[in-house]
Design a protein around this ligand. Structure first.
Ligand code: HEC
Ligand code: HEC
Length: 526
């Protein structure tokens, strides 16, 4: 374990004699540079994010022992050790960090003096190491969405689609080439191994633009192995950077797929958006259920996709069109539509097909007893319904379709889960009041409230999904009869207010005390 370090300068490091039962630390070396007090902290802070918690360039040293084995340190020869050379040449550290002259001299003289270890365990991992990737210079400041002004290039509508089509395949969210992840604005601002990919306000100084133009760069012109981007696309990206690289929709951690979809939802007309939503809906089905081709029945405002027999799908599509119109009366905004560009409705008769869509859209296992949900994924705004195996009457089917179309129309608008579930069912019950299931649901609500037990479980959506939906719909229905108040909340949220403020404006209280009061009464019912 202990080794005696003879330095190349010819004098010997004093070595403490080993005595049984007591393992001494190596004493600090002659020049007084201490590995554990000086060298290790320097390497940990300046290099650690990339070479200790990370393995950039295939070079990693997790401990003193590993550093010695790496071959980058030649004992006694500071100036010819690779670890010194790369710092001296300015190549390391990458990503904007700096090692001062004094620190470099300290590192060199430690190696010159034999690169001795003076701690207690030479295999112990370094301390104070920044997380992987944190070595890439200072973390960029968070960007929040801000409205565009006239003449602004839109990141969502103009820039994101170019990056999605040409770059994200290689610079994805997980394993971007050169650690450059272009799938979020945060990744773009953070940059890759060479540091930030863009300099806000200065397209000409931005590595990303240089790589697109192929001028003044190391490595290849981007996109690698493909023809260069069209001049107008490079001009769009450059203008966006010159204007300050603004974010106009969603957040800087949102995937560009979602950002671009939000851009289309805002910038395209209803008629332009319809085929985009319908096509994306069909692609999503094929991704979830690749081995069962779906049939499609399109109606004015709903694009119905499913693997039911053709005649049954037609009937279901007619019911869906009725359901959409009925929900629209309750929920539609000022433009008279449930959702710009319409909705996709998935209908299933086999539960494992529905589970596959659940997996694809929400991830994980579908909870027992859940036979429908609504959501939004990229361009697709959808409701999904697993039809009951014994055909109930059409009114009940219409109710189930109405509930999930309403849920889909509420998705992706910054509303909490309990509110989406509750409002969707409450609105469906009002839109299709004659369905037998409506009575059944009302009868089951008190028991559901008793099952949930706590207000906290209700609002954190930790309760069982089936009773939660019953309680949520009972609560929302009690709050907001008629639906005018629901529409008010939605209008405020769509106008940019956060949900809590909008809720308090319309109902003059927070949801928690209102729920408490309602739940106490409801739980007492038989
Ligand atoms: C932001 C990430 C980052 C930081 C911080 C960083 N490196 Fe590197 N390092 C890299 C990458 C990437 C490579 C691969 C370089 C290449 O292939 O061009 C590399 C390679 C190396 C190599 C092997 C190079 C060779 O040519 O043999 C050494 C040695 C090295 N780094 C030392 C350091 C030292 C010492 C520090 C701290 C002072 C440091 N690095 C900080 C990213 C980083
Ligand atoms: C086929 C895969 C591929 C595609 C597509 C691709 N890249 Fe790259 N990219 C790479 C590889 C590999 C490197 C590292 C080698 C180099 O720099 O030439 C790289 C490096 C980069 C770098 C330098 C990162 C750094 O920190 O050193 C930037 C910036 C970049 N790419 C931007 C883009 C942009 C923008 C697009 C889309 C227009 C794109 N790339 C498309 C593979 C790709």
């Amino acid at each position: 374990m202990m080794t005696l370090h003879a330095t190349r300068r010819g004098w010997l490091i004093p070595v403490v004699v080993l005595t049984v039962g007591w393992m001494p630390a190596h004493p600090a070396v002659a020049q007084g540079v201490s590995f554990s007090k000086q060298v290790a902290p320097l390497l940990a802070t300046k290099c650690g994010g990339c070479h200790i918690s990370g393995r950039r360039g295939g070079f990693q040293f997790t401990s003193y022992d590993a550093l010695m084995k790496s071959g980058m340190v030649q004992k006694g020869q500071g100036n010819s050790s690779r670890i010194v050379e790369v710092v001296e040449s300015g190549d390391m550290p990458r990503g904007g960090g700096k090692v001062s002259k004094d620190d470099l001299a300290m590192l060199t003289s430690w190696i010159d003096a034999g690169a001795a270890f003076d701690g207690t365990n030479s295999a112990a991992p370094f301390e104070g190491v920044p997380a992987a990737n944190a070595g890439m210079g200072p973390a960029p400041k968070e960007k929040k969405a801000e409205p565009l002004t006239n003449g602004d290039v839109s990141f969502a509508f103009d820039v994101a689609p170019i990056l999605l089509d040409n770059c994200v395949r290689c610079h994805g969210a997980q394993d971007g080439q050169e650690n450059l992840r272009l799938a979020t604005l945060q990744g773009i601002l953070r940059g890759g191994d060479s540091g930030p990919a863009i300099v806000e306000g200065k397209a000409g100084d931005s590595l990303l633009v240089k790589k697109l133009l192929g001028k003044g760069i190391d490595g290849q012109r981007m996109p690698r192995g493909k023809p260069p981007l069209a001049d107008k696309d490079i001009a769009t990206i450059s203008k966006w950077i010159d204007q300050g690289a603004k974010l106009d929709l969603l957040s800087w951690t949102s995937h560009l797929d979602d950002v671009a979809a939000a851009g289309r939802a805002r910038s395209l007309s209803d008629a332009e958006l319809k085929p985009v939503r319908a096509k994306a809906g069909e692609v999503l089905w094929r991704m979830a259920i690749p081995d069962d081709e779906a049939l499609v029945e399109s109606r004015e405002r709903v694009h119905v996709i499913g693997n039911l027999p053709a005649s049954r799908l037609k009937e279901t599509a007619d019911l869906a069109a009725d359901a959409e119109a009925a929900v629209c009366k309750e929920l539609a905004g000022a433009d008279g539509r449930l959702r710009k560009g319409g909705l996709v409705l998935y209908v299933f008769r086999k539960s494992y097909d529905y589970s596959a869509l659940w997996q694809q859209t929400l991830g994980g296992e579908r909870p027992k007893g859940i036979a429908g949900h609504g959501g939004m994924m990229g361009d697709t705004v959808y409701g999904a319904v697993l039809l009951p195996s014994t055909p109930p009457d059409d009114t009940d089917v219409k109710l189930l379709l109405a509930e999930q179309l309403a849920a889909g129309s509420l998705a992706g608008r910054g509303l909490p889960g309990w509110f989406v579930k509750g409002a969707a069912r409450a609105v469906a019950m009002r839109a299709v009041p004659k369905a037998k299931l409506v009575k059944e649901w009302k009868r089951e609500t008190p028991e559901a409230v008793r099952t949930i037990g706590s207000t906290a479980d209700f609002f954190s959506v930790h309760a069982d999904p089936a009773p939660l939906t019953l309680a949520a719909s009972g609560f929302v229905a009690a709050l907001a009869t008629p639906s005018a108040k629901l529409r008010q909340v939605l209008a405020l949220v769509d106008g940019g207010q956060d949900f809590d403020t909008a809720f308090a404006t319309v109902f003059r209280n927070k949801p928690q005390p209102l729920f408490d009061a309602w739940a106490q009464k409801e739980a007492k019912k038989k």
